[in-house]
Design a protein around this ligand. Sequence first.
Ligand code: NAD
Length: 384
Amino acid sequence: MAKKQLRVGLIGYSFMGRAHSNAFHQVNHFFPSTYEVIPQAVCGRDEAKVKEFAAKWGYKSVETDWKKLIARDDIDVVDIATPNNLHAEQVIAAAKAGKMILCEKPLGRNGKEAEKMLKAVEKAGVANMVWYNYRRCPAVVLAKQFIDAGKLGRVYHYRANFLQDWTINADLPQGGTGLWRLDAKVSGSGVTGDLLAHCIDTALWLNGPVTDVTAMTETFVKERTHTLTGKVEPVKIDDACSFLCHFTNGSLGLFESTRYARGHKALYTFEINGEKMSLKWDLHDLHRLEVFDYSDTGSERGWKSVHVTDGDHPYMGKWWVPGLAIGYEHSFVHQVADFLEAYAKKQPAHPTFRDALETQRVCDAVLQSAKSRQWVNVNGKPVG
Ligand SMILES: NC(=O)c1ccc[n+]([C@@H]2O[C@H](COP(=O)([O-])OP(=O)(O)OC[C@H]3O[C@@H](n4cnc5c(N)ncnc54)[C@H](O)[C@@H]3O)[C@@H](O)[C@H]2O)c1
């Protein structure tokens, strides 16, 4: 039987554009579904470069204006892989055009923007999903299965870090291609929206809602030359952020992110300590889940490292043979596979825009708390 086609229009063709394009191809090979993903068109502002990308990644056509891409009748799904300041406008236009939408994280630059985006997709009734891809690493899904099965018992602590070191050089400019993350007008925030948003999304998924937070942020380099204006301008992003929080399940959260941890490039780790079991995960070793099971007999009790590569581990039966590891890019393939499965069943594909708005609310509360030096509820109100 001929498969139904889902024709994708991608906007933005750099880091995430490549990760998504790879996923659109691989999903058809490894996760057969009633739907086939067709890389239909890609949009970028530089015609020569976008044509080169289309040829390399098998897109049938190109656009240099994203509004034209969204208006096309031969596009079913709009995939947004552009800097954060463009997400809201592009999502709202795509929703009005009745397209399904995949949007990169963070959903918007702040909760207000994200709320408008959520309203637009819910009003249009279009399928929507945000690319919080770390939920799709097999070892992280295995942690979720252990938690949902009640293996941890009462949870006491949730701890997460996301550490990098690429902005330590004070001569690094801000703004423009490759450096828009340092320009708060474009990014919305620094490590909070960029890195902690990932940690928060995983935490909300694994450990449930957060009630309130207390945070501190720092901007270590206060001024940088702006690539687009050529002028030295104040830096308005948070270079580092640490926060504490309460979860509704009674556990305590501790989160840290920085781009000033010399030696760390992308160290995302989390640990959950429950009454009966603790779990640890590390992006550098992403196919392993570290497990301490208190029910093991005394002399055998200790941390064990589960190599999450067996055929009955999440997603792994679709890949090679037991024991062979997969990597970062596969999390995106899994996310598309889950989107297709959910779409076929007419169910939401998580994290939806609604889920991502919750992450955004925690990020907003964190930034507000750092400013006010007070505990803040995730609804934005000071605690007290
Ligand atoms: N899920 C993840 O793990 C992950 C990782 C990295 C980035 N991201 C998110 O993905 C998004 C893109 O990040 P990136 O690292 O790929 O950025 P990038 O700078 O590598 O790529 C951005 C792309 O958008 C294009 N673009 C900019 N303005 C445009 C316009 N007006 N019209 C069309 N195209 C335009 C650029 O030319 C470029 O191709 C961001 O929201 C970021 O937060 C997510």
